[in-house]
Design a protein around this ligand. Structure first.
Ligand code: ADP
Ligand code: ASP
Ligand code: MG
Length: 426
């Protein structure tokens, strides 16, 4: 017998018919002899709908009230799943963020899980009750509802798994594992048997939305065993206990898996894209110590994450242009904050562009293999795709390009690194 957390994403929860399929998967897992806690997302599209209501109500919305609105989607699905499980004869109840409670810290709308007080829930699991937990929501230090950032139900699931000492956290979604790139863009993407925490962390952070970045970081820190698998399965599908999906594993476990299957580690594990960033250019900023700090301090103060930063070579008269990217959702706020500080920063013009995409290639193999970046630049150049900015880390290279070229760039790179499914068969 094991204790298992099962998380179901928005597509899996979209409507009562699908919720019934989810309830059946949950019931089967319990019937296999396990204690089961389930974490659910809002129905597909619901969170976007709620976010739009907030924007319509007040473009400069208060994140604490935004949380009140957007957390409601998960409350609905958790209640509906508990009801459906009960209709199948299972003992089940919902545990809302404040009832566990799941305590959070830091900014509303992107809160971080600090602790989960689980003894009551564990006692319920031990009595054979299925715990149904709305993902995405916790409770702040002030006792107000707080949400964990988009895609945050994955993090709820991993946090619950750590808190209840689960043997495994299964993330059920609308694809059957982690692929070399988004399988909806590249038909020849290959499903991976396993991916290391480090690679998954990097892939998620650059846009592979199959897992929220924080969920991977938390799983790595807490040693939670994570499997990504499909909820769109028949009754006779391979059971989750036999690992039909993709496992997220430590480096050592990966070495063992590769050894057992007589395979070599690839230089590039995956390619991700992200259309949710926006570019800001401040022109003619004074080229002197402290100027950059003046730009980024107000953004940090407003919890706006700045990703890529490029300070161009100085112009005449001791001036320079500074280019950087922020999440598209924060663009209006960032622009307003910078306009406010115009005289302090001393820039001339503010130019924004939300028609960009970030394309990244990720792989632990890059640490020991040169030439990954130059392959990327050449492949993109050969197709006439212009690179607007570049950043690198030990296991990643990212570029900013025009959003219209996203799909083409991902396909071209997938082929350039020999990741296409047919290449493996050859
Ligand atoms: P959920 O609603 O279940 O949380 P998400 O939409 O957040 O699901 O994540 C699943 C989606 O992630 C898939 O439908 C797929 O399009 C996308 N995706 C992006 N990159 C990858 C990848 N490398 N492997 C698998 N899926 C990916
Ligand atoms: N419903 C939330 C979102 O769409 C959280 C999640 O599904 O993970 O971002
Ligand atoms: Mg998700």
């Amino acid at each position: 017998m094991a204790r298992i957390v099962m998380k179901f994403g928005g597509t899996s929860m979209a409507g009562t018919e699908r919720i019934r399929r989810v309830a059946n998967i949950v019931r089967r897992q319990q019937a296999a002899g396990h204690e089961v806690a389930v974490v659910v997302s809002a129905m597909a599209g619901e969170t976007d709908r709620l976010v739009n209501f907030c924007r319509e109500a007040n473009a400069m919305y208060d994140p604490a009230e935004y949380d009140v609105v957007v957390a409601s989607g998960e409350q609905v699905t958790s209640g509906l799943l508990a009801l459906t499980l009960q209709s199948l004869g299972c003992k089940a109840r919902s545990w809302l963020g404040w009832q566990m409670p799941m305590k959070t810290v830091e900014a509303h709308s992107k809160a971080r899980v600090e602790s989960i007080d689980a003894p009551e829930m564990i006692a319920a699991l031990e009595r054979g009750e299925i715990a149904v937990i709305p993902g995405f929501q916790g409770v702040s230090a002030e006792g107000r509802i707080a949400t964990l950032g988009r895609g945050g139900s994955d993090t709820s699931a991993v946090a619950v798994a750590a808190a209840i000492g689960a043997d495994r956290c299964d993330i059920y979604t609308d694809v059957d594992g982690v692929y070399t790139t988004d399988p909806r863009i590249v038909a020849k993407a290959r499903k991976q048997k396993a991916v290391t925490y480090e690679e998954m962390l990097e892939l998620a952070s650059v846009g592979a939305k199959v897992l929220q970045t924080r969920s991977v970081g938390l799983a790595m820190k807490e040693g939670v065993r994570v499997q990504v698998l499909s909820s769109f399965i028949d009754d006779d599908a391979t059971p989750a206990d036999e690992f039909p999906g993709t496992l997220i594993v430590s480096d050592e476990e990966m070495d063992q898996i590769l050894k057992d299957s007589d395979m070599e580690r690839q230089h590039v594990t995956g390619i991700a894209h992200d259309k949710n960033e926006a570019k800001i250019i401040l022109t003619r900023v004074p080229d002197k110590p402290g100027a950059v700090a003046h730009i980024f301090e107000p953004l940090a103060g407003a919890s706006i994450n700045v990703d890529m930063i490029i300070q161009n070579v100085g112009r005449d008269k001791g001036e320079t242009d500074v280019t950087f990217t922020v999440p598209q959702a924060d663009l209006a706020r960032a622009q307003a904050l910078l306009e406010d500080k115009r005289s302090e920063i001393g820039f001339n013009r503010i130019i924004t562009d939300d028609h960009i995409a970030k394309i990244s290639v990720v792989g632990v193999g890059m640490k020991s293999h040169a030439g990954v970046a130059s392959t990327m630049f050449k492949a993109l150049a050969d197709r006439g795709i212009n690179i607007q900015a570049i950043t690198t880390s030990e296991i990643k290279v990212s570029v900013i390009i025009d959003e219209d070229e996203t799909e083409l760039a991902v396909r071209v790179l997938h082929t350039a690194y020999g990741l296409d499914a047919s290449d493996e068969a050859a």
